[in-house]
Write a protein that binds this ligand. Structure first.
Ligand code: PHE
Length: 335
């Protein structure tokens, strides 16, 4: 027994002295001093030995444990001072992947629209979200007390300022500051005091378009809109031009696209009709030109306003407009 202990001591000492890393040191400790080590087994078997042997072997075991413990400390210090970290560094663990962000689907839709209209010669113009009554209503031929105002459930801030109910006031701001020819699109949020449902939000996204020059005709408006819709949804997409009314355009039209969520069979997004209204448009009303000081005898133009979150719903097959503003990553990651 004592011979075996000496042998163990020699092996352990040699191993501890030649350990090249803290990790290796730890496995040597486990092997020679750990719970399952031979030394520990001898130690636990002491009680079965006769008293004489128990004393001599017991002493030898203790001495060896102390000796090896001290040696272990020394080796550890040696390795640590040589720059070896004390915790086990596991180079086989997979790395932490960097968090890669993505653009919001509505942002990507805007980029797509801007690129299509950019290709058709439209510049981008921006306007404030907090508007005054004049730009949001009066100049667009919607005077106070006019019933047309009921069509826009407005968030008023005070008597004269409000959250813009559409992007059309940007038309007015651009015309006030430039002379024709004007060919712009105006992307941005709009706000209405509406009860939210699958296809309406109180905060939503629009893209306004305005083209003013001499001799602009309705056929050009129609051509641009068809061209745009086909580029977006494919050449065989179903489109529907309906007669519409807007105080700031005359004549006016509303354009529907075949519902891309249910492909015409009827769902909650298209309220079972198979069609989704994507935009309003028309020829700029002469009253609007008068409000910005243009001569309606000299200039004509067209304007349109697209519902960008609706388009985004059609492009991504999303069936609830509210998802775009909830910032739920479980939803956003699917797109
Ligand atoms: N501003 C209108 C709306 O929000 C859309 C529109 C824009 C209609 C331009 C005609 C011309 O409903």
């Amino acid at each position: 027994m004592l011979g075996r202990l000496r042998e163990l001591g020699r092996d352990a000492t040699a191993a501890l002295k030649s350990a090249a890393s803290v990790v290796e040191l730890e496995s040597i400790r486990v092997k020679y001093l750990g719970r399952k080590s031979e030394l520990n087994q001898v130690s636990r078997g002491l009680k079965d030995l006769d008293p004489e042997e128990r004393r001599s072997v017991g002493r030898a075991v203790n001495e060896l444990k102390n000796e090896l413990g001290a040696l272990l400390e020394q080796s550890k210090e040696r390795l640590e001072s040589a720059g070896e970290p004390s915790s086990g560094l596991d180079l086989t663990l997979p790395g932490r992947m960097p968090w890669v962000g993505k653009k919001h689907p509505v942002t990507r839709t805007y980029e797509r629209l801007e690129s299509i209209f950019g290709g058709l010669g439209f510049d981008v113009a921006l306007g404030p979200h907090v508007e005054d009554d004049f730009h949001n209503f009066d100049a667009l031929n919607i005077p106070p007390e006019h019933p047309a105002r009921d069509g826009w459930d407005t968030f008023y801030i005070d008597d004269d300022s409000l959250l813009r109910t559409h992007t059309s006031p940007v038309q007015i701001r651009v015309m006030e500051s430039r002379t024709p020819p004007i060919r712009i699109i105006a992307p941005g949020r709009a706000y209405r005091n509406e009860t939210p449902d699958a296809s309406h939000g109180s905060e939503f996204f629009q893209l306004e378009g305005l083209y003013v020059d001499r001799g602009v005709r309705f056929g050009e408006l129609k051509g641009v809109l068809i061209r745009f819709m086909r580029e977006l949804f494919g050449t065989d997409v179903g489109l529907r031009f309906r007669a519409g009314f807007f105080p700031f355009t005359e004549p006016s039209t509303e354009v529907d696209v075949e519902c891309q969520v249910c492909h015409g069979s009827g769902c909650s997004v298209c309220s079972g009709t198979g069609w989704v209204e994507l935009l309003g448009a028309g020829m700029v009303d002469p009253r609007v030109f008068e409000a910005v000081g243009y001569d309606p005898e000299e200039f004509t133009g067209y304007a349109f306003g697209l519902g960008v979150d609706r388009i985004c719903m059609m492009m991504t097959g999303t069936d609830d407009i509210r998802l775009f503003l909830e910032n739920d990553l479980r939803f956003l990651r699917q797109i």
